[in-house]
Ligand binder design. Structure first.
Ligand code: FSX
Ligand code: SF4
Ligand code: F3S
Length: 351
Protein backbone atom coordinates (compact mmCIF):
# COMPACT_ATOMS: atom_id res chain seq x y z
CA UNK A 1 0.00 0.00 0.00
CA UNK A 2 2.82 2.36 0.97
CA UNK A 3 4.85 1.54 -2.14
CA UNK A 4 1.84 1.94 -4.43
CA UNK A 5 0.88 5.27 -2.86
CA UNK A 6 4.47 6.49 -3.15
CA UNK A 7 4.57 5.41 -6.80
CA UNK A 8 1.30 7.30 -7.40
CA UNK A 9 3.00 10.41 -6.04
CA UNK A 10 6.13 9.74 -8.14
CA UNK A 11 3.91 9.60 -11.23
CA UNK A 12 2.48 13.00 -10.31
CA UNK A 13 -1.04 11.59 -10.23
CA UNK A 14 -3.53 13.24 -7.89
CA UNK A 15 -3.66 11.48 -4.52
CA UNK A 16 -7.35 10.64 -5.13
CA UNK A 17 -6.14 8.37 -7.92
CA UNK A 18 -4.16 6.23 -5.47
CA UNK A 19 -7.36 4.27 -4.82
CA UNK A 20 -7.71 3.45 -8.53
CA UNK A 21 -4.04 2.44 -8.73
CA UNK A 22 -4.32 0.25 -5.61
CA UNK A 23 -7.47 -1.40 -7.01
CA UNK A 24 -5.65 -2.18 -10.28
CA UNK A 25 -2.66 -3.53 -8.34
CA UNK A 26 -4.87 -5.76 -6.17
CA UNK A 27 -6.84 -7.40 -9.00
CA UNK A 28 -5.55 -10.98 -9.07
CA UNK A 29 -6.31 -11.44 -12.80
CA UNK A 30 -4.47 -8.22 -13.64
CA UNK A 31 -0.93 -9.61 -13.49
CA UNK A 32 0.72 -9.05 -16.87
CA UNK A 33 3.16 -11.71 -18.10
CA UNK A 34 6.70 -10.33 -18.21
CA UNK A 35 9.75 -11.58 -20.10
CA UNK A 36 12.98 -9.97 -18.89
CA UNK A 37 16.09 -10.22 -21.05
CA UNK A 38 19.71 -9.32 -20.24
CA UNK A 39 22.36 -8.40 -22.79
CA UNK A 40 25.63 -6.42 -22.46
CA UNK A 41 25.52 -4.85 -18.98
CA UNK A 42 26.69 -5.14 -15.37
CA UNK A 43 23.28 -6.29 -14.01
CA UNK A 44 23.30 -3.21 -11.79
CA UNK A 45 19.78 -2.43 -12.98
CA UNK A 46 18.41 -5.67 -11.49
CA UNK A 47 20.65 -5.23 -8.44
CA UNK A 48 19.35 -1.72 -7.76
CA UNK A 49 15.85 -3.16 -7.80
CA UNK A 50 16.64 -6.16 -5.60
CA UNK A 51 18.59 -4.05 -3.07
CA UNK A 52 15.66 -1.67 -2.46
CA UNK A 53 13.99 -2.71 0.82
CA UNK A 54 11.29 -1.19 2.99
CA UNK A 55 8.81 -1.37 1.41
CA UNK A 56 10.49 -3.94 -0.80
CA UNK A 57 10.03 -2.56 -4.29
CA UNK A 58 11.28 -5.80 -5.83
CA UNK A 59 8.65 -7.83 -3.97
CA UNK A 60 5.93 -5.37 -4.91
CA UNK A 61 6.88 -5.45 -8.59
CA UNK A 62 7.24 -9.24 -8.58
CA UNK A 63 3.80 -9.56 -6.97
CA UNK A 64 2.27 -7.24 -9.56
CA UNK A 65 3.58 -9.16 -12.53
CA UNK A 66 3.72 -12.71 -13.72
CA UNK A 67 7.47 -13.12 -14.28
CA UNK A 68 7.92 -15.78 -16.92
CA UNK A 69 11.63 -15.43 -17.59
CA UNK A 70 14.44 -13.52 -15.83
CA UNK A 71 17.99 -14.82 -16.07
CA UNK A 72 19.23 -13.27 -12.81
CA UNK A 73 16.39 -14.59 -10.67
CA UNK A 74 15.35 -17.91 -12.17
CA UNK A 75 16.73 -21.26 -11.09
CA UNK A 76 16.65 -22.89 -14.53
CA UNK A 77 19.61 -22.78 -16.88
CA UNK A 78 20.78 -24.01 -20.27
CA UNK A 79 18.32 -25.76 -22.62
CA UNK A 80 15.63 -25.78 -19.94
CA UNK A 81 15.79 -21.97 -19.66
CA UNK A 82 15.82 -21.53 -23.45
CA UNK A 83 12.73 -23.73 -23.73
CA UNK A 84 10.87 -21.77 -21.05
CA UNK A 85 11.64 -18.50 -22.86
CA UNK A 86 10.31 -19.83 -26.15
CA UNK A 87 7.21 -21.29 -24.45
CA UNK A 88 6.46 -17.96 -22.75
CA UNK A 89 6.82 -16.04 -26.04
CA UNK A 90 4.39 -18.45 -27.76
CA UNK A 91 1.92 -18.69 -24.88
CA UNK A 92 1.64 -14.95 -24.28
CA UNK A 93 2.29 -13.63 -27.81
CA UNK A 94 0.95 -10.08 -28.14
CA UNK A 95 0.22 -9.85 -24.41
CA UNK A 96 3.47 -9.76 -22.48
CA UNK A 97 5.67 -6.89 -21.38
CA UNK A 98 9.28 -7.25 -22.48
CA UNK A 99 11.83 -5.71 -20.12
CA UNK A 100 15.31 -5.32 -21.58
CA UNK A 101 18.55 -4.68 -19.72
CA UNK A 102 21.87 -4.11 -21.46
CA UNK A 103 23.06 -2.98 -24.87
CA UNK A 104 23.00 -4.97 -28.09
CA UNK A 105 26.17 -5.27 -30.25
CA UNK A 106 26.20 -5.05 -34.04
CA UNK A 107 29.87 -5.90 -34.73
CA UNK A 108 30.24 -8.93 -37.05
CA UNK A 109 26.49 -9.55 -37.03
CA UNK A 110 26.33 -9.43 -33.25
CA UNK A 111 28.66 -12.30 -32.37
CA UNK A 112 29.99 -10.47 -29.27
CA UNK A 113 26.84 -11.28 -27.30
CA UNK A 114 25.21 -14.66 -27.84
CA UNK A 115 22.93 -16.63 -25.57
CA UNK A 116 21.99 -20.20 -26.41
CA UNK A 117 23.60 -19.80 -29.84
CA UNK A 118 21.44 -16.79 -30.73
CA UNK A 119 22.80 -13.26 -30.98
CA UNK A 120 21.35 -10.57 -28.75
CA UNK A 121 20.05 -8.91 -31.93
CA UNK A 122 18.07 -12.05 -32.89
CA UNK A 123 16.79 -12.70 -29.35
CA UNK A 124 15.70 -9.11 -28.85
CA UNK A 125 13.93 -8.80 -32.22
CA UNK A 126 12.10 -12.10 -31.74
CA UNK A 127 10.94 -11.23 -28.21
CA UNK A 128 10.09 -7.61 -29.09
CA UNK A 129 8.03 -8.54 -32.17
CA UNK A 130 5.66 -10.56 -29.98
CA UNK A 131 5.51 -8.15 -27.02
CA UNK A 132 2.66 -5.78 -26.20
CA UNK A 133 5.06 -3.19 -24.75
CA UNK A 134 8.83 -2.96 -24.35
CA UNK A 135 10.46 -1.35 -21.32
CA UNK A 136 14.15 -0.53 -21.86
CA UNK A 137 15.61 -0.56 -18.37
CA UNK A 138 18.86 1.32 -17.80
CA UNK A 139 21.20 3.46 -19.87
CA UNK A 140 22.66 0.45 -21.70
CA UNK A 141 19.25 -0.70 -22.98
CA UNK A 142 18.15 2.85 -23.82
CA UNK A 143 21.20 4.21 -25.63
CA UNK A 144 24.14 1.81 -25.24
CA UNK A 145 25.32 3.33 -21.95
CA UNK A 146 28.78 2.55 -20.65
CA UNK A 147 29.18 -0.33 -23.12
CA UNK A 148 28.87 2.02 -26.10
CA UNK A 149 31.53 4.52 -24.98
CA UNK A 150 33.99 5.40 -27.75
CA UNK A 151 35.63 3.46 -29.33
CA UNK A 152 32.61 1.20 -28.72
CA UNK A 153 34.50 -2.05 -29.44
CA UNK A 154 31.39 -4.19 -29.95
CA UNK A 155 29.41 -1.49 -31.82
CA UNK A 156 26.82 -1.56 -29.08
CA UNK A 157 23.49 0.25 -29.31
CA UNK A 158 20.40 0.58 -27.18
CA UNK A 159 17.33 -1.54 -27.91
CA UNK A 160 15.49 1.31 -29.75
CA UNK A 161 17.99 0.80 -32.63
CA UNK A 162 16.46 -2.67 -33.21
CA UNK A 163 12.85 -1.94 -32.19
CA UNK A 164 10.21 -3.37 -34.55
CA UNK A 165 8.35 -0.64 -36.44
CA UNK A 166 5.46 0.82 -34.43
CA UNK A 167 6.13 -1.18 -31.23
CA UNK A 168 5.15 0.89 -28.17
CA UNK A 169 8.18 1.25 -25.93
CA UNK A 170 9.43 3.32 -23.03
CA UNK A 171 12.96 4.22 -22.00
CA UNK A 172 13.97 4.28 -18.33
CA UNK A 173 17.60 5.41 -18.52
CA UNK A 174 19.97 5.65 -15.56
CA UNK A 175 23.00 3.61 -14.57
CA UNK A 176 21.23 2.17 -12.73
CA UNK A 177 17.69 3.50 -13.19
CA UNK A 178 15.59 4.21 -10.13
CA UNK A 179 13.45 1.15 -9.22
CA UNK A 180 10.54 3.41 -8.24
CA UNK A 181 10.30 4.56 -11.85
CA UNK A 182 9.93 0.96 -13.03
CA UNK A 183 7.31 0.30 -10.36
CA UNK A 184 5.47 3.46 -11.42
CA UNK A 185 5.45 2.48 -15.10
CA UNK A 186 4.18 -1.04 -14.29
CA UNK A 187 1.43 0.43 -12.10
CA UNK A 188 0.52 2.95 -14.79
CA UNK A 189 0.20 0.16 -17.35
CA UNK A 190 -1.94 -1.89 -14.95
CA UNK A 191 -4.21 1.04 -14.12
CA UNK A 192 -4.62 2.74 -17.49
CA UNK A 193 -3.63 0.02 -19.98
CA UNK A 194 -1.28 2.42 -21.75
CA UNK A 195 2.13 4.00 -21.40
CA UNK A 196 2.39 7.32 -19.53
CA UNK A 197 3.15 10.55 -21.38
CA UNK A 198 6.64 10.44 -22.88
CA UNK A 199 9.28 13.02 -23.82
CA UNK A 200 11.15 13.14 -27.15
CA UNK A 201 13.46 10.36 -25.93
CA UNK A 202 10.55 8.09 -24.97
CA UNK A 203 11.16 8.69 -21.26
CA UNK A 204 8.17 9.15 -18.93
CA UNK A 205 7.71 12.85 -18.24
CA UNK A 206 6.75 12.18 -14.64
CA UNK A 207 10.31 11.00 -13.96
CA UNK A 208 12.41 12.85 -16.55
CA UNK A 209 10.54 16.13 -16.90
CA UNK A 210 12.81 18.23 -14.67
CA UNK A 211 16.52 18.93 -14.43
CA UNK A 212 18.33 17.55 -11.40
CA UNK A 213 19.72 21.04 -10.87
CA UNK A 214 16.19 22.32 -10.20
CA UNK A 215 15.61 20.14 -7.18
CA UNK A 216 19.13 19.59 -5.88
CA UNK A 217 19.73 19.98 -2.17
CA UNK A 218 23.01 21.80 -3.01
CA UNK A 219 21.23 24.35 -5.20
CA UNK A 220 21.27 27.11 -2.57
CA UNK A 221 25.09 26.83 -2.59
CA UNK A 222 25.11 27.14 -6.40
CA UNK A 223 22.87 30.18 -6.15
CA UNK A 224 25.11 31.73 -3.52
CA UNK A 225 28.32 30.93 -5.42
CA UNK A 226 29.72 28.44 -2.90
CA UNK A 227 31.57 25.69 -4.74
CA UNK A 228 33.70 22.62 -4.05
CA UNK A 229 37.11 22.84 -5.79
CA UNK A 230 38.75 19.73 -4.41
CA UNK A 231 37.48 16.40 -3.09
CA UNK A 232 38.03 16.12 0.66
CA UNK A 233 38.31 19.89 1.08
CA UNK A 234 36.47 21.86 3.76
CA UNK A 235 33.97 23.03 1.10
CA UNK A 236 33.35 19.40 0.14
CA UNK A 237 32.72 18.47 3.78
CA UNK A 238 30.33 21.40 4.09
CA UNK A 239 28.23 20.08 1.20
CA UNK A 240 28.82 22.94 -1.24
CA UNK A 241 27.79 22.77 -4.90
CA UNK A 242 29.71 20.29 -7.11
CA UNK A 243 29.42 22.28 -10.34
CA UNK A 244 33.18 22.85 -10.58
CA UNK A 245 33.85 19.16 -9.94
CA UNK A 246 32.06 18.44 -13.23
CA UNK A 247 28.50 17.93 -11.95
CA UNK A 248 26.19 17.38 -14.94
CA UNK A 249 23.02 18.07 -12.93
CA UNK A 250 22.34 21.30 -14.86
CA UNK A 251 21.95 19.35 -18.14
CA UNK A 252 20.47 16.08 -16.87
CA UNK A 253 16.77 15.31 -16.62
CA UNK A 254 15.83 12.85 -13.86
CA UNK A 255 14.00 12.61 -10.54
CA UNK A 256 16.81 11.05 -8.46
CA UNK A 257 17.28 14.36 -6.64
CA UNK A 258 13.73 13.90 -5.30
CA UNK A 259 13.16 10.19 -4.74
CA UNK A 260 16.79 9.11 -4.14
CA UNK A 261 18.02 5.48 -4.09
CA UNK A 262 18.23 2.77 -1.41
CA UNK A 263 14.86 3.63 0.12
CA UNK A 264 15.53 7.35 -0.01
CA UNK A 265 18.79 7.01 1.91
CA UNK A 266 21.24 8.24 -0.71
CA UNK A 267 21.86 9.57 -4.18
CA UNK A 268 25.11 10.48 -5.99
CA UNK A 269 25.18 14.23 -5.26
CA UNK A 270 23.99 13.62 -1.70
CA UNK A 271 27.06 11.48 -1.07
CA UNK A 272 29.40 14.14 -2.45
CA UNK A 273 29.81 12.69 -5.94
CA UNK A 274 29.06 14.90 -8.96
CA UNK A 275 26.24 13.74 -11.25
CA UNK A 276 27.69 12.10 -14.36
CA UNK A 277 24.46 12.44 -16.34
CA UNK A 278 23.59 8.75 -16.28
CA UNK A 279 20.04 9.39 -17.55
CA UNK A 280 21.13 11.55 -20.51
CA UNK A 281 22.46 9.70 -23.55
CA UNK A 282 23.94 12.95 -24.87
CA UNK A 283 25.83 13.60 -21.61
CA UNK A 284 26.91 10.27 -20.07
CA UNK A 285 30.63 9.82 -20.85
CA UNK A 286 30.35 12.08 -23.88
CA UNK A 287 32.54 14.78 -22.30
CA UNK A 288 35.25 14.66 -19.65
CA UNK A 289 33.94 13.98 -16.14
CA UNK A 290 35.37 17.34 -15.09
CA UNK A 291 34.03 19.43 -17.99
CA UNK A 292 31.65 22.14 -16.87
CA UNK A 293 28.00 21.51 -17.62
CA UNK A 294 26.07 24.00 -19.69
CA UNK A 295 23.58 25.90 -17.57
CA UNK A 296 21.38 26.63 -20.54
CA UNK A 297 17.84 26.94 -19.28
CA UNK A 298 16.66 29.60 -16.88
CA UNK A 299 14.60 27.05 -14.97
CA UNK A 300 12.99 27.84 -11.65
CA UNK A 301 14.31 26.12 -8.56
CA UNK A 302 12.04 24.15 -6.26
CA UNK A 303 11.05 27.22 -4.25
CA UNK A 304 9.80 29.30 -7.14
CA UNK A 305 6.02 28.98 -7.49
CA UNK A 306 4.67 27.76 -10.82
CA UNK A 307 2.77 30.16 -13.08
CA UNK A 308 -0.55 28.42 -12.48
CA UNK A 309 -1.67 25.71 -10.07
CA UNK A 310 -2.22 23.28 -12.96
CA UNK A 311 0.78 24.48 -14.93
CA UNK A 312 3.61 22.15 -14.08
CA UNK A 313 2.08 18.91 -12.88
CA UNK A 314 2.43 15.63 -14.66
CA UNK A 315 3.11 16.09 -18.34
CA UNK A 316 4.99 19.39 -18.28
CA UNK A 317 7.60 19.25 -21.00
CA UNK A 318 11.11 20.53 -20.37
CA UNK A 319 10.32 23.32 -22.83
CA UNK A 320 7.19 24.30 -20.92
CA UNK A 321 9.15 24.12 -17.70
CA UNK A 322 11.87 26.33 -19.14
CA UNK A 323 9.29 28.73 -20.57
CA UNK A 324 7.52 29.14 -17.25
CA UNK A 325 10.89 29.40 -15.56
CA UNK A 326 11.90 32.17 -17.93
CA UNK A 327 8.60 33.97 -17.38
CA UNK A 328 8.92 33.75 -13.59
CA UNK A 329 12.56 34.79 -13.85
CA UNK A 330 11.75 37.82 -15.96
CA UNK A 331 8.85 38.80 -13.73
CA UNK A 332 11.09 39.07 -10.69
CA UNK A 333 14.04 40.43 -12.60
CA UNK A 334 15.90 37.22 -11.96
CA UNK A 335 17.39 37.10 -15.44
CA UNK A 336 20.19 39.48 -14.49
CA UNK A 337 20.61 37.82 -11.11
CA UNK A 338 20.85 34.44 -12.80
CA UNK A 339 23.52 35.67 -15.18
CA UNK A 340 25.49 36.94 -12.20
CA UNK A 341 25.11 33.57 -10.50
CA UNK A 342 26.76 31.64 -13.29
CA UNK A 343 30.15 30.78 -11.96
CA UNK A 344 32.22 31.94 -14.91
CA UNK A 345 34.30 34.62 -13.20
CA UNK A 346 36.14 33.72 -10.00
CA UNK A 347 35.33 37.16 -8.56
CA UNK A 348 31.61 36.24 -8.68
CA UNK A 349 32.16 33.62 -6.06
CA UNK A 350 32.33 33.90 -2.34
CA UNK A 351 34.61 30.88 -2.31
FE1 FSX B 1 23.89 -0.65 -17.84
FE2 FSX B 1 22.13 -2.28 -16.31
FE3 FSX B 1 24.47 0.62 -15.82
FE4 FSX B 1 24.72 -1.72 -15.18
O1 FSX B 1 21.29 -3.79 -16.58
S1 FSX B 1 22.69 0.99 -17.11
S2 FSX B 1 25.96 -0.81 -16.83
S3 FSX B 1 23.86 -0.18 -13.84
O2 FSX B 1 23.41 -3.00 -15.30
O3 FSX B 1 22.56 -1.95 -18.02
FE1 SF4 C 1 23.39 20.29 -7.47
FE2 SF4 C 1 25.14 19.81 -9.39
FE3 SF4 C 1 23.40 21.82 -9.63
FE4 SF4 C 1 25.40 22.01 -7.88
S1 SF4 C 1 25.58 21.88 -10.16
S2 SF4 C 1 23.26 22.52 -7.53
S3 SF4 C 1 25.59 19.89 -7.16
S4 SF4 C 1 22.91 19.66 -9.58
FE1 F3S D 1 22.55 9.43 -12.43
FE2 F3S D 1 23.15 11.92 -11.97
FE3 F3S D 1 21.05 10.86 -10.83
S1 F3S D 1 24.60 10.27 -12.18
S2 F3S D 1 21.59 8.74 -10.55
S3 F3S D 1 21.34 11.18 -13.01
S4 F3S D 1 22.49 12.26 -9.88
Amino acid sequence: MKAVTTATAVMGLPLAMAEQVVAAAEKPDNRPPVIWLHFQECTGCSEALLRANHPGIAEVILELINLEYQETLMAGAGHQAEASLENAIKKYAGKYILIVEGSIPKLDNGVCCQIGGKTAMESFKHAAENAAYVINLGACACNGGIVAIEPNPTQAFGAPEFMPEGKPYINLPGCPPNPYNLLSVVLYLLTFGALPELDAQNRPLFAYGRLIHEHCERRPHFDAGRFVREFGSEEHKLGYCLYHMGCKGPETYANCSIIHFNDGAAWPIGTGCPCIGCTEGSVLFKNSLYSLATVAQPTPNANVPTASPEGLGQGATPTQTAFVGAAVGLAVGAGAVYAARLPKEPEDENK
